[in-house]
Design a protein around this ligand. Sequence first.
Ligand code: SF4
Length: 561
Amino acid sequence: MEIQRESMDVDVLIVGAGPAGLAAAIHLTDLIETARGNGTLKGVAASDEFTMMIIEKSAEVGDHMLSGAVLDPIGLDELIPDWKDREPPISDPVKSETMYYLTGKGRFRVPYTPPAMNNHGCYIVSLNQLVKWLARIGEQKGIEAFTGMSGRTTIIENGSFKGIVTDDKGLDKDGHQKGNFEPGMELRSRITILAEGPRGSLTKEAVKRLGMDSGRNPQNYLTGVKELWEIPAGRIKRGTIYHTMGYPLGTSQYGGSWIYAMSDELLSIGLASALNYRDPRFDPHGAFQDFKTHPWIKSLLDGGKMIKYGAKTISEGGYFAVPQLFHDGLLLVGECAGFLNSMRLKGIHLALKTGMMAAETAFEALQKDDYTAKTLSGYHSRFRKSWVFKEMWQVRNFHQGFAKGMIGGIFHTGAQMITGGRGFKARLMATEDHLHMKKLTEMPSARLPIQRKFDGILTFDKLTDVYASGTRHEENQPPHLHVADTDTCLNVCTEEYGNPCLNFCPASVYEMVEDEGGGNRRLQINASNCIHCKTCDIADPYGIITWVPPEGGGGPVYSQM
Ligand code: SF4
C-alpha cells in the first residue's frame, strides 16, 4: 500500500549533526546574523519564514560519534575563534608522541616520521564530547537538531536534488504498521547539505544517481575498532600518544594502532585496518583483540578495565576519491565526501572547514535566490583555494601507494614526500576494497578457521564488546541491513569465500545458523547488535549488503568515545 506522506518545505536542510553538519549550521547562522546586522541581508534568509533544519539519526547529538581522536584545532580556530574561553571538552595538548613498529613480542621506535604526521599543537579529544559541546554552542545561536530522525531516501527530480524522505516509525519486522506508526515525511529543501560521515547512505544514493563519482577513484576505507580503558594512575602521562605499525597486521595489510592518554587514568586505544585485505577470514575486531595481547600493550592495560567499545569506518581514499561536491540543490561535506587526510588519519578539522565553506556557499545562494549547480559550484572554488585542498593534495597518492602492502607503501610515501605528494605517478588509481578479497580456491590456507580465545579481562568476544558499545534498537522493526540475495550467501559465498560477513562485522550481526536437527542452514541477521560502522556495506565481496539507518534513535551510545 502506498504510504501517504506529509511534505514540508525547508530552505536549508542539513543531514547529520556531526562536526561538519554543526559547523555548517553554526557558520551559516553567523553569516546571516552578521549580514542582518550590517543591513546587507536579502533574499530568502531575510524573511521571517526562513527555515534551516538539521536532522540527526541518533537519539542524542553525539551518541553515534566515535574517533581516536587527536584534533588539529585549525578548523575550530576559524569556526569559533574564542573556543578556548567557552569551556570546550578539550584539556591537554599532545605533549609527547612516539611511533613504534611492533613485532610479535617486541617493538622498536620508528626513527623518522613524516613532518605531516607531527601532532604538535593538536589536542586529544573525545569526538562524542566535542560534538555535544558544538551542539550546545549551536543551541545558544538558536540551532536545534531534530534527533532520532534519519533520512531513508533522496528526492531527485529532473536531475536536481530536491530533498529527502525521513524514516517511517512504527513498522514491525515484516514491514506492517504497528499502532504507533508514523510515516516519514518528505523534507523538500532549496539546498541540502549532506554531512552523514563515512559511507553515508543518502550520499551513496545521490552520488550514484547523479553520477557525481564519474572519473574519480572509488572510495577506500579502513575499519577502526576502539576501546576505552580505565588504567591505574601514573602508568602513562596525560597528553602522551603512541602510534604503532606492524603486529598484528604484518606487512601485507595497511593499518596501525593508536594509544592516546586522555587523562592519567583514561586510555583511548584502537586499531585501524584497511578493508582492501585479501584473506576472507580477516576480522577487524579479532585483530584488535590480538593487538592487546602484545606484551607492551598488555603491560599498559594490566589491572585496568575496559569501559567502552565501538567501531567505525574511515574514508581513506584521499583527494582523488572525493566526488563532485555540488549538484543542483546539493552540497557534500565532511567524511561522507571523503574529506580525510589519509596520512594523518585526521578528518575532524576538515569536516569543520568544509562545513563552513558549504555554509558560505549556501549563504551566497540564499542571497541570490539561486540554488543551481552553477551557484553551488562556489563550494568547489572555495575548496580549491583553501588549506583543505593544500592538505589533501600533499597526500593525494598516499593510500593508493599501500595497495600492495606496507613495504611498497613506505617506498611510495618516501617518493611522495620528496615530490610534493606526486610520487612515482601523477595519479595512482584505486579499486574498490572488496575486489581485493581472495577466493578460497586462490588462498587455500583461508579454509582453516582462526580460533581465538578471549579471557574477558584483556580480550573480549564480540558480544561483550557490543554490550559495552551501548547499542540499542527497537527489536520489532524492519531489518536495516538489506541483503539483496541470501541465496548468494548460502549457495555461492559459503563455497567461494566462506561467508566473510561472519568475520568482518565487529558486532556479530551476521550468523549462519542451522535449524534444529541440522537441516536448513540460513543467514541470521542480528540487526539489533549493529553499531553502525558500515563495514559490511563496503567489505562484502559481492556488494549485496546495503546498510540503511534503522528507525531513528537506534544505535550505539558512544559517550566519551
Ligand atoms: Fe558494522 Fe554492518 Fe556489522 Fe552493523 S552489521 S556493525 S554496519 S558490519
